[in-house]
Ligand binder design. Structure first.
Ligand code: SAH
Length: 387
């Protein structure tokens, strides 16, 4: 295996910069591209990014990039890559995905078939297997992806397995959950810090609150799940264990947090508690059944994050309009609180009754949504008198 190779952390559109910031915080230099962040590293960086990135989707190894306008160029390009550094004899290597965008080659199944042939031929040659005899694929799996954008092919191996948003704590999700990595990214984009109160008045399965608690406690989001690379012979199991041990001991304790979620639906509140227990944060968050309309607080300098129902899916239009109006009325007196509302409703500001200080376009899966951001007025906390 090579000491260094190129990797991509994929991200939902609009979140590349957040993923880039997280990668830099891990001490790894990177370049931000459309939908992904590119960085270099070895096995250690591959493990660390999978374990620690909160906002990314997957980590992929870039085996190579080359121009491919014809099937012959594609075949030769894939054949020329150094597969022997990645795939041991016996490896399973499905071409799991092919994507062609604005390119001469556009038949994705054919791109998959040709790429497969080229890798097979390369491995037969490298491992001195007779051509014409199929390779046995009974060993560890390496999922290969081919993406052709404007006639340039990028060939990758997925290191992650099921997407990184699957942390392993969410067993029940209720009707319309937000992905864990999207919730984490929104928290990272917000001005919430662990010393501020956080409130999610439409908490559903509790994702925002749980992600916030995990951030505050420095819990590695990948600690309770497995990864595709764990099966690979060139990934040193001892290194992986020691990086997991390091992550476990990086967990903070003894910090005071004020993280509260509430939901009108008692069943969702039960699910949120269940998920918080599975994530190991049940002692630092709290959930209760309450209508958004009944929320009051004396606290200052807090942050509200809400992903309310958005029409079609959960409530009808009239009810949504009413709920957004009431939300506006409930939030208005909280001058020192910042508010972040994620919804696909393009008339949100009108219904809520206030124009957002900032709006950010995001995608919740394939649904276009906006993050409406209202920043609280800055006030100094009252200084406690001595004595
Ligand atoms: N972000 C959540 C999903 C939120 S879906 C997650 O990750 O699971 C919207 C939630 O708003 C639903 O759970 C619904 O029960 C709740 N809701 C709808 N009307 C409400 C109201 N008036 N007050 C409080 N919660 C409400």
């Amino acid at each position: 295996m090579k000491n260094k190779f190129e990797m991509l952390a994929t991200a939902a559109a609009g979140l590349e910069a957040v993923v880039g910031r997280e990668i830099r915080e891990l001490g790894i230099d990177c370049q931000i591209e459309n939908g992904r962040v590119r960085f270099e590293g070895g096995v250690k960086e591959m493990i660390v990014t999978n374990l620690w990135l909160r906002s990314a989707d997957r980590i992929k190894i870039v085996v190579g990039t080359f121009p491919a306008k014809t099937f012959e160029e594609l075949f030769q390009g894939v054949f020329a890559l150094d597969w022997e550094h990645y795939l041991p004899l016996g490896a399973k290597f499905p071409i799991a995905k092919a994507k062609c965008v604005r390119s001469k080659l556009h038949n994705e199944p054919s791109v998959q078939a040709i790429s497969k042939k080229a890798v097979v031929k390369k491995l037969q040659k490298h491992y001195a297997r007779p051509e014409g005899v199929p390779l046995m694929e009974h060993g560890p799996e390496f999922k290969i992806e081919v993406s052709i954008l404007k006639d340039v092919a990028t060939v990758m191996i997925d290191t992650t397995g099921s997407s990184l948003f699957k942390r392993g704590y969410r067993t029940e999700k209720g009707g319309a959950p937000i992905k864990e990595n999207m919730a984490a990214a929104i928290l990272l984009l917000s001005n919430w810090y662990p010393d501020k109160p956080l409130m999610d008045p439409t908490c559903g399965s509790g994702t925002f609150c749980i992600e916030a608690a995990m951030m505050a406690l420095n819990i590695a989001p990948g600690l309770s799940r497995s990864f595709a690379f764990e099966e690979w012979p060139w990934v040193d199991g001892k290194l992986f264990s020691s990086l997991k041990d390091e992550a476990r001991s990086a967990r903070k304790s003894d910090i005071d947090l004020d993280i509260v979620g509430s939901d009108i639906d008692a069943r969702m509140v039960e699910i949120a508690w269940q998920n918080a227990r599975a994530a190991g944060v049940e002692d630092v968050v709290s959930f209760k059944q309450m209508r958004l309309q009944d929320w009051k607080t004396e606290k200052i300098n807090g942050v509200v994050i809400s992903n309310p129902p958005y029409g079609e899916r959960l409530l009808d239009d009239k009810e949504v309009t009413r709920l957004y109006q009431e939300m506006g009325q409930i939030f208005a007196p909280l001058k020192t609180w910042s508010k972040f509302v994620l919804t696909s409703d393009e008339l949100f500001e009108e219904k809520y009754g206030q124009k957002a200080d900032k709006k950010r376009k995001l995608y919740n899966g394939t649904l276009k949504v906006d993050l409406y951001q209202y920043f609280g007025e800055r006030v100094k906390r009252p200084i406690k008198e001595k004595g």
